[in-house]
Design a protein around this ligand. Structure first.
Ligand code: ATP
Ligand code: MG
Length: 351
């Protein structure tokens, strides 16, 4: 630890760059950063970055127009390369400051987690972004592998484990055994798409246009609701009048808006299961399916998966933190900081 604080020993840093949330975990410290993946920009070409992360979100609610909130990732892919590079650099330096770490000789060794549907070109772009941001070595791992490890599932053994990560931009699923991926699937459907569905549904049912933040709140409240008849007051713009209006929405009444996304997730999982080798599929029948990511608690999702597959569904203890924690474990194994019984660790990396 002393060497680390003096900047003499390598710093191991895992970054889960999500579409909605980005988490940074540092060896010896755990998760040190949990920020919105957003930047507040201004200027005619929107190239002046005023703030990133949670600060950017706060700023945009309160500053006069001219400041825009931008999201460098959209549905799991890089929408703005320069902004993503800037953001990686900021998150790395914020994490170093939080841990009071210095890298005197070398930059940190960084493992970036990416969705498994991104292309090789996009992966390369992220790799370069982290290098330019000051990382000494950059490794890239699939977020689904990290999610499996972070959810404390078996990943090295000759036993199949199935994990599903429901994020903001994508839903990824994989069957993992012997430290590798035996079957996998990914769809560009996640929390953001569900928020849009809820917003459209409320518009259709109540003639009121609500923002995506309000739609997200309704989605989360529905997941927590003990009484589905409870009413929630939300504000939106009347479709005909374009004037602000309050409406009371019975929380259970928005459940149909989730059906489309849930159906697509269930279909993808059934495809993954049908391409799983039979021996591993029979393991999953016994061990169950683990849900991670912010959408793990989506109303009715576990039940829908169980109904379609007949397999027990579990929700990870801290679903939003699994990828970052698992990514740090991968990095620690690779750098020899953790014992490993497994020979082929590099198969956990891609690119
Ligand atoms: N209790 C909840 N019920 C349903 N959805 C939730 C809940 N809590 C958070 N979410 C949703 O989870 C999403 C964020 O999850 P997460 O941080 O795992 O995504 P991400 O890693 O940023 O995205 P991706 O992995 O797709 O790039 C948001 O859409 C958020 O609305
Ligand atoms: Mg994610």
């Amino acid at each position: 630890m002393i060497n680390k604080l003096l900047g003499l020993s390598p710093i191991l840093m895992a970054i889960d760059l999500g579409t909605v949330n980005s988490l940074v975990a540092v060896s010896g410290f755990g998760i040190v950063l949990n920020e919105a993946t957003a930047a507040a920009v201004s200027g005619s070409d929107e190239r002046d970055v005023l703030a990133v992360g949670n600060e950017a979100v706060d700023m945009c609610g309160k500053t006069p127009s001219g400041v825009k909130l931008k999201f460098p990732f959209s549905r799991g892919v890089i929408a703005d390369y320069l902004l993503s590079e800037y953001m990686i650099r900021e998150f790395m330096s914020k994490a170093m400051q939080k841990c009071k770490l210095r890298s005197v000789l070398f930059g940190p060794k960084v493992l970036l987690c990416v969705p498994n549907c991104i292309t090789e070109v996009e992966r390369h772009a992220l790799h370069e972004a982290a290098r330019h941001a000051g990382a000494q070595d950059v490794y890239i791992a699939e977020e689904i592998m990290a999610a499996c490890i972070g959810a404390n599932m078996q990943f090295r053994e000759a036993i199949g484990s199935m994990v599903v990560d429901i994020g903001g931009g994508t839903t990824d699923a994989a069957v993992i055994a012997l430290g590798g991926i035996a079957a996998q699937g990914s769809i560009r459907v996640g929390g953001n798409a569900i928020d849009e569905d809820i917003s459209n549904y409320v518009r259709k049912m109540h003639n009121v246009s609500i923002g995506l933040k309000t739609a997200e709140c309704l989605k989360i409240e529905l997941g927590k609701a003990k009484d589905l008849k409870r009413k929630i007051k939300v504000c939106g713009l009347g479709v005909e009048t374009s004037l602000p209006r309050y409406i009371d929405i019975e929380i259970g009444s928005i459940a149909p808006a989730l059906e489309n996304a849930k159906g697509k997730i269930v279909d993808m999982l059934c495809d993954v299961l049908s391409s799983t080798p039979p021996e591993l599929a029979s393991d999953i029948m016994k061990t169950g399916i683990m849900l991670t990511g912010g959408g793990a608690n989506l109303y009715g999702l576990s039940e829908a998966i169980h109904k379609a597959t007949g397999i027990e569904v579990k929700i990870a203890e801290k679903p939003l933190e699994c990828v970052a924690n698992g990514a740090l474990t991968i990095l620690e194994i690779l750098r020899g900081k953790r014992d490993s019984m497994y020979e082929g660790e590099y198969s956990m990396l891609i690119g």
